[in-house]
Write a protein that binds this ligand. Structure first.
Ligand code: CAA
Length: 389
């Protein structure tokens, strides 16, 4: 897993971007985070603020009307939004997840047609791989796409689709050659307005409550043949190649959640007094804070390192260990986020366990980062396969 180029090096521009996003997130997104969690309503305020700041889909290249930010800048945007509201951070994250298949494998026509509205903030883009019976074993999907003249007709049920219902566009993976396994799967762009597309009820989740997670139900959805992303039979590879880039954005989300919890806990332990002194003066508390910051910083370094590799791969370079570092940073950062947020609740004691403070929300939000875009067990399997192949 050696690398012939240096670890990450965020430029002055990256740091400036962080400052801009932090200011926007604290002013416009943080004040609504608790309410979004409480009501489970989609954070329209956050979407509006992100669109106004051109931060909702920064990864879209300039040639398609986007901001053309690199993968590290995209990570910084997601990290800073997640620091105050994990649900809102799924806006830039899922816009990237939905569009990377088109960017990697789509025709020029598809790119022009579908990336520009996302860049303008007029449409969001979700990713539909999983099904009720095909989660970790994604290749066992049942959704079918059958060619009919100049069209494809799709039938099936996609499950756990982040931002389903609010996104206009969906990358949908479907079987085009039954019996051919992973090589019989193709990817398509499906629009919310295509006749036959409907959505299941919102899942009642532990966290990320402001981001709707719903089934996408496809009943005789007839789409033009040119909505296929890449060649027939390449959809599963496109789906996995996409995750090589976007598991890094989940690591960014996890980092942001963890940093938000640490910042809150540090502020609290300095204020809170017990036994006649600030609890920050107790070494047991100091060791906890130190461990929390140490885990976050280690995960951040690996995530930024992976982001730079992702950017190089996006620019056409061969990056043999992208799959490894992408799984590694997602796994490390999400495990760190779970530990750090749990410790933040512990440091706030009884207060931490209540909804009067944000750390219990952060702990609930952190949990999903160990599960989606591949469970951390799958990440370990992916890493081991890379090491042993
Ligand atoms: N890039 C490109 N191609 C890849 C690849 C990669 N990283 N990894 C594997 N492939 C190719 C293989 O070469 C193989 O092709 P050939 O047959 O031509 O050689 C093909 O894909 C199938 O590969 P495997 O045999 O390794 O596939 P598998 O069935 O054993 O599954 C897996 C591999 C890693 C377990 C995969 O199914 C996986 O990652 N599962 C987890 C699913 C997942 O992450 N779901 C997340 C859903 S999205 C989400 O959660 C988003 C959200 O809400 C925010």
């Amino acid at each position: 897993m050696s690398s012939d180029f240096p670890a990450y090096a965020p430029s002055e521009e990256h740091e400036l971007l962080r400052q801009t996003v932090r200011e926007l997130a604290e002013a416009k997104i943080a004040p609504h985070a608790a309410e979004v969690d409480e009501t489970g309503e989609f954070p329209q305020n956050a979407l509006d603020a992100l669109v106004a700041g051109d931060l909702h889909a920064v990864h879209v290249p300039e040639s398609y009307g986007g901001a053309g930010a690199d993968a590290l800048a995209t990570v910084i945007v997601i990290e800073e939004v997640a620091r105050v509201c994990a649900s809102s951070s799924l806006i830039p994250a899922v816009n990237k997840l939905g569009t990377v298949p088109v960017l990697l494998s789509g025709s020029e026509e598809l790119k022009k047609k579908y990336l520009a509205p996302v860049a303008r903030g007029e449409a969001m883009f979700s990713y539909a791989l999983s099904e009720p019976e095909a989660g970790s074993d994604a290749a066992s999907m049942k959704t079918r796409a059958v060619r009919d003249g100049d069209h494809w007709v799709l039938n099936g049920v996609k499950m756990w689709i982040t931002n389903a219902g609010v996104s206009e566009y969906y990358t949908v993976m479907a079987v085009t050659e039954p019996g051919a396994g992973a090589r019989g799967i193709s990817a398509f762009v499906v629009e919310k307005s295509d006749p036959g597309v409907s959505f299941g009820p919102k899942e009642r989740k532990l966290g990320i409550k402001g981001s709707p997670t719903r089934q996408v139900i496809l009943e005789d959805v007839r789409i033009p043949a040119d909505r296929i992303i890449g060649a027939e039979g390449t959809g599963f590879k496109t789906a996995l190649a996409t995750l090589d880039h976007t598991r890094i954005t989940i690591a960014a989300q996890a980092l942001g959640i963890a940093q938000g919890a640490l910042d809150h806990a540090v502020g609290y332990v300095k204020e809170r007094r017990q036994f006649g002194k600030s609890i920050a003066d107790f070494q047991g508390v100091q060791f906890m804070i130190a461990d929390m910051a140490m885990k976050i910083e280690a995960a951040r370094q690996l995530t930024y390192h992976a982001a730079i590799k992702s950017e190089r791969a996006m620019n056409g370079e061969k990056v043999p260990d992208l799959t490894f570092v992408s799984s590694a940073c997602k796994c490390l950062a999400s495990d760190a986020a779970m530990e750090v947020t749990t410790d933040a609740v512990q440091l706030l004691g009884g207060y931490g366990y209540t909804r009067d403070f944000p750390v219990e929300r952060m702990m609930r939000d952190a949990k999903i980062t160990q599960i989606y875009e591949g469970t951390n067990q799958i990440q370990r399997m992916v890493m081991a396969r890379q090491l042993l192949k």
